[in-house]
Design a protein around this ligand. Structure first.
Ligand code: ZN
Length: 577
């Protein structure tokens, strides 16, 4: 009984780290398919060794829940292009990455040694390229950042990792296979005692023979001598090697490193006096056992271990028919900060049943609404209220403050809104008087109006708020609608910026709130009235305040610097896009 209990505990402990899934690389059929039967052998202390790979796959290792930072790595175990040191240089490394919050994919690639004359030099690189594309294609499924997909390789697997780092493409949009549309360029490379060159003076002869045969053409030797294939596009790289490596001379790493320098590619080279070849974690081997810590610091420097904020943009209905164009603008602007991973959810269309619309808001640090349409199901409204109330971030963009006139809690989150029957029954008008005081005005009348579209000056009303800190007192916003006469509960509402609504353009003659911060329960809400036209969103003023507002709503802080291109009062400033 005791044994059973212990066994149960072991199983549950290891299930934390167990492989979560296996992904076949070629569900459509394997190119260059062989008729091999895979063999697996257990080798003392180093785990499984795999030979005669038939079906190339990725074994997935996920970080513990809540630990994932959105980065990922494809790991290429070594073994001289004859075997795969599957655990020693594969799954055990994957566990290390998962522990750092990086989702790891161990690549079971085909081994040139066992392959036919026509395929032996092609299969491994083909599998690695497909592996990178597959990870990018599955980025949403695994909540991964498409711009932080790296590669790690050991020995001959290091040759493969350096091959994919120098022989990549952006994908083929014409292909019938969606996976082929994705880039196969790694965003970073970790090369462990790698075979780099096919130059006989310092290559690893076994790997060379297996990959390109006894009598390769000069062209093929050059193609697979990766130190000769480096360009400015080669990803940032760290190389780790021991001087006393008798199998793969350290000159391989040195040649690659020197070539990276020539092309100004960020590069680190760690050479240890001793360690030999194939040391994996090098536990108990002296100084070389420090490489994982050094590598972790390097990953930190590259921003690979930074945890990204998760944003959800809601779209699907809007009286602004350009919503299918504005959501991608908002999404890109958030991703450009480098702080956010963005998901987009689309509601059912106008008039259709909303019953299926039930996103899990709690997965997100901030929810952005680009939605103005039919009411959500009661259960979805409630879960959204609980999400914001308990500390979730919310951002309302332009016409999202027209939405849901009947939903009390939503109107408290946006503070004030307009149109769709809003009147004095919904709360006061809010504007700024000549003394600069925020007025809550209960006089009767319709809520929500704007004059003709034009470019106008926006005035900061609280330069101490994190969203506004460092922005100019006044700046010129590009052509947009200037909302006026918004009204609502206006509880816990703080006006961050306003604009003068000029009677000459059909306005009120008052300073109207443009940017607002609202607290709803423990949640932070940022309300921008700006953004009617696509062009309005391309204004650097819109973009910067939107990006900063989302970070504040998500975290309460703003770490983004104010861009040099932020507009002054003389002329508008538009983003490059
Ligand atoms: Zn509008």
């Amino acid at each position: 009984m005791k044994h059973l209990l212990l066994l149960g505990m072991c199983l549950s402990f290891f299930s934390l780290w167990s492989q979560d899934k296996v992904i076949s690389l070629y569900p459509e059929g394997i190119p260059c398919e062989n008729d091999l039967q895979m063999e697996v052998r257990e080798v003392r202390n180093t785990g499984r060794r795999i030979m005669k790979v038939h079906n190339p796959e990725l074994a997935v290792y996920l970080p513990a829940p809540g630990k994932a930072n959105g980065s990922s790595v494809v790991i290429c175990p070594g073994g001289g292009y004859t075997v795969l040191a599957w655990d020693w240089e594969g799954t055990w490394m994957a566990e290390w990455f998962a522990d750092m919050g990086v989702t790891a994919f161990v690549l079971k690639y085909r081994l040139p040694h066992w392959e036919s004359e026509s395929c032996h030099d092609k299969v491994a690189l083909m599998d690695a390229q497909r592996a990178l594309r597959t990870v990018r294609m599955k980025a949403s499924e695994y909540s991964l950042d498409k711009d932080r997909v790296g590669v790690m390789g050991f020995s001959a697997g290091g040759h493969l990792a350096s091959s994919i780092s120098t022989h990549f493409d952006d994908g083929n949009r014409e292909s019938n296979l969606p996976v082929e549309h994705f880039s196969c360029r790694p965003d970073f490379s970790i090369l462990m005692y790698p075979v780099i060159s096919m130059d006989t003076s310092f290559t690893h002869m076994g790997s060379r023979r297996n990959l390109i045969g006894e009598n390769p053409s000069e062209e093929m030797v050059g193609y697979y001598s990766n130190e000769k294939q480096i360009s400015a596009e080669t990803p940032p790289t760290i190389l780790i090697h021991a001087s006393d490596d008798r199998a793969v001379p350290v000159e391989n790493s040195i040649a690659y490193y020197e070539s990276l320098l020539k092309f100004d590619v960020p590069a680190s080279l760690l050479v240890y006096e001793s360690g030999g070849h194939g040391f994996s974690f090098a536990k108990g081997k002296g100084a070389v056992a420090g490489w994982p810590d050094a590598c972790k610091s390097w990953l930190e420097d590259q921003g690979i271990l930074t945890k990204k904020l998760k944003a959800l943009i809601i779209e699907g209905q809007n009286n602004h028919k350009n919503w299918m164009e504005t959501t991608p603008i908002l999404s890109r602007q958030l991703e450009e900060t480098g702080l956010f991973l963005v998901d987009v959810v689309r509601t059912p269309a106008e008039g259709e049943s909303m019953a299926s619309f039930a996103p899990d808001f709690n997965l997100y640090d901030v929810v952005v609404s680009n939605y103005n349409g039919d009411p959500w199901p009661e259960s979805t409204k409630l879960s959204f209220e609980r999400y914001v109330e308990s500390g979730g971030g919310f951002v309302s963009v332009h016409a999202a403050d027209n939405a849901f006139p009947e939903w009390k809690a939503y109107n408290e989150m946006i503070g004030i809104g307009g149109w769709y029957g809003r009147t004095e029954k919904d709360g006061p008008y809010v504007y700024i008087n000549d003394e600069g005081e925020v007025v809550r005005d209960d006089s009767p009348g319709k809520g929500g109006h704007h004059g003709s579209q034009h470019s106008f000056i926006i005035e900061t009303r609280d330069e101490t708020h994190p969203i506004m800190a460092g922005l100019p007192d006044q700046w010129l916003h590009t052509r947009d609608e200037l909302y006026d006469q918004l009204r609502g509960p206006a509880v816990n509402l703080h006006v961050l910026a306003s604009a003068y609504s000029d009677p000459d353009t059909g306005g009120t003659g008052r300073s109207e709130p443009m940017l607002m911060a609202i607290h709803y329960g423990l949640g932070r809400s940022f309300h921008t009235t700006l953004g009617h036209l696509n062009e309005s969103m391309h204004c650097m003023g819109f973009k910067t305040t939107f990006q900063r507002g989302c970070e504040w709503a998500a975290t309460g802080m703003v770490t983004q610097p104010v861009p040099d291109s932020f507009p002054g009062t003389d002329e508008v400033s538009m983003e490059d896009h």
